[in-house]
Design a protein. Structure first.
Length: 376
């Protein structure tokens, strides 16, 4: 399988200010100093373009009045959120972060018409799966956000030895009293407004996995938001999440780490996000919330999405059903990752993630019980 070109780092083409914050606040191990140098160089390369774009467009962007009912996708990494967002992005009422805004967020208006055709030809692959990235591929708004501010959970992939501090500081315990909270709020809204400006649509489609455990902060930004939560069986999701962490961290890390740390990282993130969701989901008005299962989306996508549109009153679903079906037909041959069953990993999921099985309604299968059963 052809491997497309890859981006140098999540932090590449950050603003100079964000790059300085990141390197002042975090340790870069000697082995990875060349990676850090590349990040610093890219931030300097894009600086003149950032300045020009700010002068030309920032006043107009800040004046954008966003629709007060964005659609926010909630769910864990590898839980089907990417597929779900791609389907919803076919609905022309939504603006979303496009690839150029992810790559060069502070100069994306200048570069969008250049980068998008290039991406459409090169079709670079995401590190964790077989999906290609094209110009209009919808992206997580955390991706440009991390290039504006160091108050961002996504930094944990570059600094995995300190992963807990990022998730605790910027997700689990993130409040108006937290360091960097108001900076995060300012740039989060700016990212959304810029997406709306670029696409000429004021209702944004958002997908940010950290928002599962950051609902109170998110609702301060968008108190009337609509929420679509997609759940997936932990026995299927966690191995895929571990694979994602393994590939992304190997590619982008600036710190040494061990396989044991990687495993703990995966369980800490999954458990922390789930606990935060259980803690705060009562803050969402029930009429603004709908939950679907990944398994249902895969087996019956049109029927499942129709239920979402009807429950959240997004628009008459028949207006966009054909467009979504055309996209589904175009990816019919796409092959998802497969994993060999690991009994040790499965047992750890059983032992440590009871809260997820209870929250999401999947049955726990304790493999130790099987050993007590007589052979048939």
């Amino acid at each position: 399988m052809r491997k497309g070109p890859q981006f140098p780092s999540y932090l590449a083409f950050s603003t100079v200010r964000a790059t300085a914050q990141t390197f002042l606040n975090n340790r870069v191990d000697a082995r990875y100093r060349s990676r850090a140098l590349v990040i610093a160089i890219t931030s300097l390369i894009v600086l003149p373009f950032n300045i020009v774009e700010r002068l030309l467009f920032n006043r107009r962007i800040k004046a954008i009045q966003l629709d007060d009912q964005p659609l926010c996708i909630l769910g864990h990494d590898r839980g089907g959120t990417t597929h779900l967002m791609t389907l919803l992005s076919k609905d022309d009422q939504f603006a979303f972060v496009r690839s150029a805004q992810f790559i060069v967020p502070d100069a994306c208006i200048l570069f969008d018409k250049v980068l998008s055709p290039v991406l459409n030809v090169l079709k670079p692959k995401r590190p964790m799966d077989n999906m290609t990235v094209e110009g209009d591929t919808p992206q997580d708004e955390e991706l440009p956000l991390v290039k504006y501010t160091s108050t961002c959970d996504l930094q944990k992939y570059c600094f995995p030895a300190d992963y807990q501090s990022f998730t605790k500081s910027f997700v689990k315990d993130f409040t108006p009293e937290s360091k960097g909270y108001w900076e995060w709020k300012k740039y989060y809204l700016f990212v959304c407004r810029k997406a709306a400006y670029i696409m000429g649509r004021n209702r944004v489609l958002l997908r940010n996995h950290a928002n599962m455990a950051r609902l109170e902060a998110f609702l301060e930004l968008f108190p009337n938001a609509r929420f679509l939560h997609i759940k997936r069986n932990p026995y299927r999701l966690v191995p895929s999440l571990l694979n994602l962490h393994r590939k992304i961290i190997a590619k982008y890390t600036l710190q040494e780490y061990t396989e044991e740390q990687l495993m703990d990282f995966t369980f800490f993130q999954y458990k922390t996000f789930t606990e935060g969701f259980v803690r705060d989901r009562h803050l969402i008005d029930p009429k603004n919330y709908v939950e679907i299962a990944y398994e249902d989306l895969v087996e019956a996508p049109i029927e499942t999405l129709k239920q979402v549109y009807d429950k959240l009153n997004l628009r008459p679903f028949n207006e966009i059903a054909a467009v979504i079906q055309d996209y589904l037909d175009s990816i019919r041959t796409y092959e998802t990752n497969t994993y060999q069953e690991d009994p040790v990993l499965r047992q750890r999921i059983t032992d440590e993630l009871a809260i997820a099985f209870e929250c999401f309604g999947y049955p726990i299968d304790d493999i130790r019980d099987h050993a007590l059963q007589p052979a048939v």
